[in-house]
Ligand binder design. Sequence first.
Ligand SMILES: Nc1ncnc2c1ncn2[C@@H]1O[C@H](COP(=O)(O)OP(=O)(O)OP(=O)(O)O)[C@@H](O)[C@H]1O
Ligand SMILES: [Mg+2]
Length: 367
Amino acid sequence: MNSIADTSGATPVATARELRPIKLACRNVWKVFGHDAQPFIETRDGRASAEDISKAGLVGAVRAVDLEIRQGEIFIIMGLSGSGKSTLVRCMSRLIEPTFGKVEFEGKDLLKISDAELIELRRHRMGMVFQNFALLPHLNVLENIAFPLSIQGMGRAEREKRAREVIELVGLNGREHFYPRELSGGQQQRVGIARSLATKPEIWFLDEPFSALDPLIRREMQDELMRLQSVLNKTIVFITHDFDEAIRLADRVAIMKDGEVIQIGTPEELVIHPATDYVAEFTRDVQRAKVVSARSLMRPPTGADHGGSVAPGARISSFASQIVTSGKPFAVVDADGLMLGEVTPDAVIGLLAGIDNEEAGHGAARV
Ligand SMILES: Nc1ncnc2c1ncn2[C@@H]1O[C@H](COP(=O)(O)OP(=O)(O)OP(=O)(O)O)[C@@H](O)[C@H]1O
Ligand SMILES: [Mg+2]
C-alpha cells in the first residue's frame, strides 16, 4: 500500500496553534480619518455604520476589527486596495494611534504603555518591512542593515557581526559593500528584510514585502521566508494581494473589505466556505486541489479495498495522480494509525474538474 506523507502540515499546525499563547490581539479597533473622528466614534461607543461615517465626511479606514494572532503564527491580511490593510497593521504596531479600541501585545494594552516602553518594544521586539520601504542611499548594504542596531545603541563590532549573520540568512553574501543603487529590486527588498530581521523581532510586520518582485524571485523569497520561519519561529503578520502567496505561507488569512475584517480562516476554510461573494472572488482562481485536504474530501470508510493511504492534512494535489491511476479509494489515516475515512478517485476527479463534492455523489466537503 502506498503511503503518502502529510506535506501540508495543516492539521498539526491548526491544533498546535490553539494551544499557543496569544501574541497580539485587536479588540474592536477603529481607525477613522477626518475632523473630530475620535469623539465621533467615542460617543457611539465604538459602533458606527459605514453610512454614518461617510455621512459625517470621515474615512473609516479600519472598522471594528477583532482578531487574535498566536505565537509563531503566519497571519496574512488580504483585501482590495484601500480596504485598510496597511492602516490596520500600523495600528497593530502603534505606528499610528487607533481612534478607538484596544491592541494587546502579550495581553498588555499597547495604547496604555508609556512612550519609553513603546520605544523599547518597537526597537527590540517588533520588526517592520513597509510597502514602500526606503533604504538609505548613502549607506551600503552592511551599513543599511546595521543601522537599526546603532539606534539600539549596539557597538560597531557587534552590530557588524549581527548584520553579517542576517546577510547570510537572506543570501546577500558578497554584496555587503554595494550601495542600494547597485542592487536589483529584489536584492534591495532582501536588504529591507535583513534590516528588519537584524533586531531579532519577536513579531514581524511585513506589508507586501514581495510585491515588487517578478514571479520567480517572488517564489524564491517565499521559500526563503518559510525557511527563515522554520528556523526563527516568529509571529508574522503579512499583507499580500496574492492568494497563491497566502496559500503557500499562511496559517490563517483575514480578508478585509472597506475597513472591516469579513472572514478569518485557513486558506482551505476560505476556499471551501467563503463567508461572502467578496471572499469567494479572492479564491476564485485558486486550484482547489492545492488547498483542499484529504480530510475535507473524505467519506466514512466503506470497507472497500484501498489503493493507498494518506494523512488527513495531505492536499489532494499531492496524491491526485496516484489515486486516479490506482482507481481505488485511499484510506485517510491519522498519526496514530486510526482510519478516519476514505477518499475516492471520483471525488478527486470531481474536485479537479471543479465539480462540488455533493454533485460528484460524495459527502459534503467539511473543514
Ligand atoms: N493618513 C490618512 N488620511 C486619510 N485617509 C487615509 C490615510 N491613510 C489611509 N487613508 C485611507 O484609508 C483607507 C485604507 O488605506 P490603506 O492604506 O490602509 O489601504 P490598503 O488596504 O493598505 O491598500 P493598498 O492595497 O492599496 O496598499 C483608504 O481609503 C485611504 O485613502
Ligand atoms: Mg497598503
